[in-house]
Design a protein around this ligand. Structure first.
Ligand code: SF4
Ligand code: SF4
Length: 435
């Protein structure tokens, strides 16, 4: 049955409006909504995955908040000032954009590109809505991005630039591939066959926050781990490409890395970067690649294991600072790892620890991810400064996290506002405790 087109209720009258389509009044039950056929489905096949999500949204707006942290705003896009406070840029707006396209009420436009890409894909909306209708705006954002890429209208220029850097240099920063491990102080056999562990350094760590990578290798060495690295043959994991809808390119680089690692016959893969970890952990399934033959772990999981087995014995660290922990979205909400980094911190004797108000499942995003740092630096900076203010508010002077990309974005923001907070990865704190 084809839906009869009705005059939409336009709940935003600005140029970036989205039509609200009242599906609940249609003569179908909620279970049948997924079978509704829209006039433009054939034109936008990549939107079909989001159809069931979008029709269940009733635009309540809960996805902008944290229902645990006293209903604080928790969607960076919705909180960002200026035109981005319009509903079109929020969780429900992403759903309505999908429905607007499928119904033919709106057409692909530069405004729609902005709506689709001005989002951190932080997953707060997914979580908040899951407590109600369970309609996932992230699915709609990804479907919109993919559709716009297929139509040749996306991603925005900054994303195209990093994609071409990845193609040419195998990293989004355009840095020389042979310099990727220039930070490495210790002797590590590159591409060692049958090593127990492969340490995947990623791109942000080696080129922008090498101290995180150096601490990780120091800890592996201290634990007596049998580990290797890929050296200059390590390519970008492809997470940034996936996030901006460039799936073929993302698949190509992920396949390259997995093939190299499988050829070495390693048993376990670790990454300190939450984005690389998520890409290896769930990317193969999303991109139609076979599950890797090796186990995929985030560094925090492996280091917890080492602490619990006594292979690493933390001592107290020489700091009077009050430490808090920022959950990276790709590690926390996306994959569900909240405890391991906290367990590492709880094993550091004498550390004064305090949680953020918006924490764990309800954490505020640092603002860097999903192409925002390159494509919309003003949003990345805004979100990071919000996090710094929150850290100060709870009395923390050190923000620890478990991702070099979060470290980089929050450090840059701190330099801009001069709060004087210390920002680092939990691996750095753990490594400091062994000295
Ligand atoms: S996505 Fe969920 S929480 Fe957000 S407006 Fe729609 S129904 Fe409400
Ligand atoms: S993914 Fe995050 S930034 Fe994007 S709409 Fe949802 S809550 Fe907002």
């Amino acid at each position: 049955m084809e839906v009869e087109r009705k005059i939409p209720f336009v709940y935003h009258r600005n140029i970036e409006f989205v039509p609200f389509i009242n599906h609940a009044s249609l003569n179908k039950t909620p279970r049948e909504w997924v079978s509704i056929s829209f006039p433009k489905e054939a034109e936008y096949p990549d939107l079909s995955i989001a159809k069931f999500e979008a029709v269940r949204c009733w635009a309540c707006g809960q996805c902008e908040f944290s229902s645990m942290a006293t209903w604080a705003m928790n969607c960076p896009t919705a909180t960002f000032p200026k035109k981005y406070r319009q509903a079109a840029y929020r969780g429900q707006g992403k759903h309505m954009s999908v429905l607007g396209l499928l119904q033919g009420y709106i057409d692909p436009s530069p405004e729609l590109v902005d709506i689709a890409f001005f989002c951190n894909l932080c997953g707060n909306c997914t979580l908040q809505c899951s407590m109600g209708l369970g309609s996932d705006p992230v699915v709609s954002v990804m479907a919109l991005r993919r559709t716009l890429v297929k139509l040749g209208m996306g991603p925005p220029p900054a994303h195209r630039k990093f994609a071409s850097m990845i193609k040419q240099y195998h990293n989004p920063y355009g840095e020389p591939p042979e310099a990727k491990f220039a930070w490495l102080k210790r002797k590590v056999e590159v591409k060692k066959k049958k090593a127990d562990i492969a340490y995947f350094a990623g791109c942000t760590g080696p080129y922008r926050t090498p101290e995180v990578c150096e601490a990780t290798t120091a800890l592996l060495e201290a634990a007596g781990a049998d580990f290797t690295i890929l050296g200059g043959d390590e390519w970008c994991c492809g997470s940034p490409l996936y996030m901006v809808g460039l799936w073929e390119e993302s698949k190509e680089t992920l396949e390259h890395n997995i093939a190299l690692l499988e050829d070495l016959g390693i048993s376990r893969f670790i990454s300190t970067c939450a984005g690389c970890f998520r890409q290896f952990y769930e990317g193969p399934k999303k991109l139609g690649i076979s599950k890797p033959s090796f186990e995929v772990l985030h560094s925090s999981q492996l280091l917890c294991e080492y602490i619990n087995s006594g292979r690493i014995k933390p001592k107290s660290i020489p700091t009077e600072k009050v430490i808090t922990y920022h959950d990276p979205c790709h590690l926390g909400r996306h994959v569900g790892i909240f405890d391991d980094p906290r367990e590492i911190l709880s094993n550091l004797p004498g550390v004064k620890f305090i949680e953020f108000e918006r924490t764990a499942h309800h954490a505020w995003c640092c603002g860097a991810g999903a192409g925002v740092m390159s494509g919309y630096p003003e949003l990345a900076r805004f979100a990071a400064i919000e996090r710094l203010k929150e850290a100060k508010g709870v009395g923390a002077s050190y923000i620890s996290t478990a991702c070099p990309f979060c470290v980089l974005n929050m450090k840059r923001a701190d330099e801009a506002v001069g709060f004087g907070l210390e920002i680092g990865d939990v691996v750095q704190l753990l490594e400091r405790s062994l000295r």
